[in-house]
Design a protein around this ligand. Sequence first.
Ligand SMILES: [Zn+2]
Ligand SMILES: [Zn+2]
Ligand SMILES: [Zn+2]
Ligand SMILES: [Zn+2]
Ligand SMILES: [Zn+2]
Ligand SMILES: [Zn+2]
Length: 331
Amino acid sequence: MRRLGLDASFAAPSFQKQAEHAICAICLDYLEDPQEVGCEARHVFCGPCIETVLQERKPCPSCRGHFSKTQRAPALLRNLIEEVQWKCLNFASNCAFTGTKKELEKHIDSECPEQETACPFEGSPVRFNAKAAHLRSCPKFPVPCPNQGCAMIIARAEVSHHVENACLEGMVTCTVSGCGSRMKRKLVDQHDDENMKKHFKLLHEKVVDMETNDNLELTVRFPNFEAISAGTQKRTLDSPPFVFQDMRFCLWLWPKGDLNSSVGQAALYMVKKDAYDRTLTFTVKPKNCGEVRQTFRRWASTAGGDNQTCVPLMCSSRLHERLRGGLWSST
Ligand SMILES: [Zn+2]
Ligand SMILES: [Zn+2]
Ligand SMILES: [Zn+2]
Ligand SMILES: [Zn+2]
Ligand SMILES: [Zn+2]
Ligand SMILES: [Zn+2]
């Protein structure tokens, strides 16, 4: 039994009169399971409505007549009630449907374009005529994970979160910095197990790197730059020494190029002036000249020898251009 809140005003044209016989005088709604009471006029009410009256031994609600039992309304009357045609509950919104109560239920449940229904996934009201469109974009609509092999069904709005953070079939990059391996999320543990040594080494290097992280910004001036770069001879210019990580360095510059460089190219070296017992990797960024990464390898002083060692930084004609001012900023 379903209550639609029908009253005579919902009767389709030409059914107004008949509709009056289809309304229960107790609940003022469509007569459900019509039962005839034993009063003289044999009034008819919904089964559930009259049941309580009967149990409380009250008189007929319509005529105050006494009755002690009810019985199913005659088939003729039941047919009359069932055949009444009703307008759609949304007739005020211009739905032109008419039909029996049974047909109206079906219409409301599955056809009426004006009927509001709840989105089955969100519970929010949606009109029938907008439901299909809504479901195509409903954020809670369940969709399969796009990753092959993952059988998860997820709310549409959760897909990207699932893929990025949870999907076992999703590709992830090893979180150990420097490892760079890509694998499915479900294989991360296995990867970690298989790469313990490598990871440990990378993490250790990272720690060392962080401990010794240092930046030095300085301007290096080459004495006699103009004079020497104006000459034709390949000669070297030594910058004054500077200290970085407790060690002394300087720069060597061949404005006209060194033995290994081509004509018109300047060459620049970084020179380590002391003996050292560790590897030093550094990045040099000459002003406006890009950057160079170089490494001084562990190198012990030889007894009585020259402790200086150098690594090339740059050798280019562009460098020569940049050096015209003779002014350097190096970090
Ligand atoms: Zn009733
Ligand atoms: Zn009565
Ligand atoms: Zn309708
Ligand atoms: Zn929805
Ligand atoms: Zn997935
Ligand atoms: Zn890794």
